[in-house]
Design a protein around this ligand. Sequence first.
Ligand code: SAM
Length: 291
Amino acid sequence: MHGVDQASRNRRTKYLKGQYWGGLLGWVALINPKLAITLEKRNSGNSREFHIYGLRLLNVMMRRFEEHGGTPLGHSEILELGCGMGRYTLPLACRFQHVHAVDISKQILRAARKYCSSAPNISFYANDGHTLGSFADESIEYVLCTGVIQHIPDFDVIGGYVKEVLRVLKDGGLYLFTFQVHHTQATGSRRTGAKITAEALDRCLSEAPYEILEISNDPEDPVPHFLVLIRKNKSASAEKKSFANFPLTNHPYRTGVFEDLISCKDMIELWKKPQPRITFYDKESSGNATG
Ligand SMILES: C[S@@+](CC[C@H](N)C(=O)[O-])C[C@H]1O[C@@H](n2cnc3c(N)ncnc32)[C@H](O)[C@@H]1O
C-alpha cells in the first residue's frame, strides 16, 4: 500500500493505537498524569499524520468561526480548553492574535509548550479541571474545545464548563465544542465519561446566555463526533437555547479530511469494532439513539 514497507506499517499501526489511547488521554491524565504524558510521547514519536489530520479538522472548524464570528480572527483572542499536546494550539496561533491554552495536566502542558515553542502569541495555563479562574468575565471572543468533554466523568463539570465559557466570552462570542459519541455513555462504563444528553444540557444551562447555531455530525465519520456551535447572546429566546429541540444536521466534518492519509485504512479498521450506543441528543427516558 502506497509503497510502504512492513516496518513503516507496524509503526503506523502503533501510532494509530497511540492515537486511540491518546484520545483517552484526558481520562488517563485525571488518574495518572505521568502515564498520560508517556502516551502523549508515543503519539508524538510518529505524529506526522496525527498533526496533519488535526490541522485539516481545525480548518473545517475555523470556517464555522469565520462564517458566524463578529470579530475577524486575526483581531481576536481564543481560549482553547483541553489543549493536549498542542496540535490545534500552534495552528490557532497562526490565525488569532493570541491563544490562551488551558489543560488540566501540567505534564501535557509541558509537552505542548515544547511543541508550540515557535509561536510567541500563546499563553499556557494549568487549570483545576472545572473552572476558568484565570480569565476575566467577557474577555475572550472565541473558545474551542475538541475531544475533551467525552472524557470527563462528571456531568456537572461538563455543564459547569459551558457556563464558565459563557462567563469569559464577550457578548456575541462563539464557542465551538466537539466530542466523540462513543465515550458519552452512562458513567461507570469502561473508559467513558459522563452521559451527555440534550435534556441534561437544557436543564443545566437554562439560565445561561447563549443561542445554538449548529448541532451537527458527519454521517460518514468512522469515529462519530458531534460538533456544537453556540453564541453568547444575553437575549436569546428559549427556543434557540434548547439542545433537545434544536435540529441535528448532517454536515461533512471529517469526510474528506483524512481519507487520503496513509493511516486512514488502519483507523477505520480500528473502529470497526462494535460501537456503543449513541447517547447525546437522545430522549433521556427512552435512551434510544437518534443521532
Ligand atoms: C484527547 S486530549 C485532546 C487534546 C486536544 N484538544 C486535541 O484534540 O488534540 C484531551 C485533553 O483534555 C485534557 N482534559 C481532560 N479533562 C480535562 C478537564 N476537566 N479540564 C481541562 N482539561 C482536561 C487532558 O489533559 C487532555 O490533554
